[in-house]
Design a protein around this ligand. Structure first.
Ligand SMILES: [Fe+2]
Ligand SMILES: [Fe+2]
Length: 263
């Protein structure tokens, strides 16, 4: 079976390419489960209930988030009521949102999805390694296919998590940096790994935002609105093939879909 993790969806351009592109992509790549990181989906930061519903309608099965999860307060309601939009599992127990989701993939196999926030160059959070242990101990034994979105800044942190969970989950895939890494592999225990799956949004940008705004503020320290950029929109993510009997990954490959391919 095949899983896709779509990297951080940035603003309207990111949402639009998901809404236009995901249907044909599911057919072409024979995808059984689609997970998308939506932490930047609303104007570049946060997510709203309407955008959550838009992504689900487009074919996303589970929405993961990250450090920008609560930027839009109106999303609390969705986080509390829906089981397929997740907070990082190393957030406080009282923080709105589910720690993991168990969803039925297109082929009928139950899959677990969870996310964690890294601790290097990020806001202090609970230990992601201990939180991973806790989530895995909670999952029903019959759920073999498990995807982790590890939302972190440091490649070292992500490599450590990959090695820590090797053989215990199907995939450890990174998000948050908005830049895809070329290190995709299957670890010895059968876990698919990649430090970062990249961004879904405008690549003619600084991490999805308008270049001149970010540059001006960086050079002059004068605040400016970091509006979402518009050029060179791509859908970025990674596809993992998994043996549903064992939960072990058998293949991993990076995916980039450009706007021109959808014309
Ligand atoms: Fe992000
Ligand atoms: Fe992030």
């Amino acid at each position: 079976m095949r899983l896709l993790l779509i990297g951080d969806i940035v603003g309207k351009p990111g949402r639009q390419i998901v809404c236009r592109g995901l249907g044909p992509l599911v057919e072409r790549e024979k995808l059984d489960l689609v997970v998308a990181n939506g932490e930047n989906a609303a104007g570049g930061s946060g997510i709203t209930p309407a955008i959550y519903h838009e992504l689900i309608a487009a074919g996303v099965d589970v929405v993961t988030l990250g450090d920008h999860i609560y930027r839009r307060a109106e999303v609390f309601d969705v986080l509390q009521k829906q089981s397929n939009i997740l907070k990082p599992a190393n957030f406080p127990a009282e923080a709105p949102g589910a720690e993991f989701a168990i969803v039925k993939a297109k082929n009928g196999v139950s899959c677990a999805v969870f996310s964690l926030l890294g601790r290097v160059f990020m806001r202090p959070v609970d230990c992601p390694f201990k939180a991973a242990d806790r989530v895995l101990a909670t999952l029903p034994a019959e759920v073999k296919v498990i995807l982790l979105d590890f939302h972190g800044e440091a490649t070292s942190d992500k490599q450590l998590m990959g090695r820590y969970l090797d053989g215990r989950v199907s995939a450890v895939l990174g998000t948050h940096t908005h830049v895809p890494t070329a290190d995709e592999c299957i670890l010895p225990g059968g876990t698919a790994f990649q430090c970062d799956v990249g961004m879904t949004g405008p690549y003619h940008s600084i991490l999805g935002r308008q270049i001149d705004r970010v540059l001006e503020t960086t050079l002059t320290f004068t605040p400016s609105a970091f509006d979402v950029a518009t050029g060179d929109v791509r859908l970025g993510g990674t596809i993992v093939d998994v043996d549903p009997q064992t939960g072990r990954a058998t293949a991993i490959h990076r995916l980039v879909v450009c706007e021109s391919e959808l014309a």
